[in-house]
Design a binder for this molecule. Structure first.
Ligand SMILES: [Zn+2]
Length: 440
């Protein structure tokens, strides 16, 4: 199918979906006055409800439990595609919090808190996986106020917050209007390619009104813009031979170099910011052999989906031209030809939360309520998937302070983490709504 055509279809489908979601939201009598950025003159903002106040107070009183959970789960290795041990531990805790808990077929742990309106759902997620391979030392060290270990913040903080928020809601006896689906999901990092979130959005698509992703620490940002990316692998193969006696035959490394040199001269705009990276290259068996294979992995990113498509097309053309150059220039063509392929090994679609969305209003109201300011960010997170489908979604840090993500020196400081937990809770309840309280 020609690309421009597919794009306009996608766009119009997205616009229609967005309009539908807006229409549904507008027709929903959500009780949350929190949804109004200015709360003056509106009755009962969500953070005034007695049970919500109980839930908010629950965090400060239970910080020890939250911190110890984070340490415990960080010390269970969970590389992407091997999250099952950590998932089992999270499942046990979520099951104790009044949720209907199950594990789906790819390993997401899902706990539902039924709303008074079960036809609509809010999804709250934290990814289970880390970038660290099996065998990495994940023992948590205490250094002063700091907890240090790979994965302690990304995403130990998010996972601990997921459990803490579920428990605070349970302890306070809150029933939401919309069902809240708590999920500890697999496959966020690297070649996990957001498979956990893809499955969750698939499963709840019809009901889904908003997605809140808890990822890492801090309260200084809200990711509302999804950075699109594509990862591709080039593989070029040929007959292979001896460097001296077979000289003149086609060489896959030569072809890869010819194609790569063409590609890296491709112009990319600074606005929309667009990048490419030739990240991994391999091939050949010895210095005196003509290789039979050469491989290259490339990462493409852009604020614009069209730019990524343009770069991907350029890469495919350059590699084909490089292989053709090599074959045209071979002195001995009787010894076989080259084969090549350029394969997509990962794709994260882009998208943006509309600035007037109910979810962003709820986050802003939560920020107001806890006295926080946060900036809008563009990033590549689990929120890419719902955002690309026109479903309202944000990714936020879950409080405390953290740094050194994806390094062995990753750290987390829990001091003040309750602010992030309250911010997340109010945001979630703002879009879920709170069912009428009886007996208060
Ligand atoms: Zn993360």
């Amino acid at each position: 199918m020609p690309l421009p055509c597919r794009h306009s279809n996608l766009l119009s489908l997205r616009t229609v979906k967005r309009a539908l979601v807006c229409a549904i939201l507008l027709s929903m009598p959500i009780r949350s006055a929190v949804l109004s950025p200015s709360r003056r003159g509106i009755a009962a903002p969500i953070d005034d409800l007695p049970r919500v106040r109980t839930a908010l107070d629950w965090f400060a009183a239970n910080l020890k439990w939250i911190n110890s959970l984070q340490i415990q789960w960080t010390e269970i290795p969970a590389p992407s595609f091997h999250e099952e041990k950590r998932a089992a531990a999270v499942k046990e805790v979520l099951a104790a919090e009044g949720l209907l808990v199950r594990t789906d077929k790819i390993g997401n742990v899902i706990g539902e808190l039924r709303g008074s309106n079960e036809k609509e759902a809010i999804l709250v997620t934290a990814h289970l996986d880390t970038v660290f391979p099996e065998g990495a030392d994940v023992k948590v060290r205490q250094e002063g106020e700091r907890l240090v270990a790979p994965g302690i913040s990304d995403n130990g903080t998010g996972l601990a917050a997921l459990a803490a928020i579920a428990r605070a809601i349970h302890a306070a006896g809150i029933q939401p209007q919309r069902t809240i689906v708590f999920a500890a999901n697999v496959g966020e990092e690297g070649e996990g390619n957001l498979r956990g979130m893809r499955a969750l959005v698939d499963a709840y698509h019809e009901k889904l009104r908003a997605v809140v992703v808890l990822d890492g620490s801090g309260v200084d940002h809200v990711t509302t813009k999804a950075l699109a990316s594509k990862r591709l692998e080039v593989v070029i193969t040929g007959p292979g031979g001896h460097s001296w006696s077979d000289f003149g035959m086609v060489n896959p490394i030569n072809a890869l170099v010819r194609g790569s040199v063409r590609f890296i001269t491709t112009k990319v705009p600074t606005t929309p910011r667009t990048t490419f990276n030739l990240g991994q290259i391999e091939g050949g068996t010895s210095v005196n052999s003509i290789p039979h294979e050469a491989k290259l992995k490339i990462d493409l990113r852009s604020e614009s989906e069209e730019e990524i498509t343009r770069l991907e097309n350029a890469l495919r053309e350059c590699i084909a031209a490089g292989a053709k150059d090599e074959m045209d220039n071979a002195r001995d063509r009787s010894r076989g030809q080259l084969d090549w392929k350029v394969e997509l090994i990962g794709s994260r679609p882009g998208g943006e939360l509309p600035p007037d969305s109910a979810l962003l209003a709820s986050l802003r109201a939560a920020d107001d309520s806890v006295g926080n300011h946060s900036r809008i960010e563009r990033s590549s997170t689990d929120a890419n998937i719902p955002l690309s489908l026109g479903i309202e979604a944000i990714a936020i840090g879950a409080g405390g302070n953290g740094g050194g993500a994806h390094s062995l020196q990753e750290w987390f400081e829990p001091a003040g983490r309750e602010l992030g937990l309250k911010r997340a809770l109010l945001t979630i309840l703002g879009v879920a709504g709170v069912a009428a309280e009886k007996g208060n």
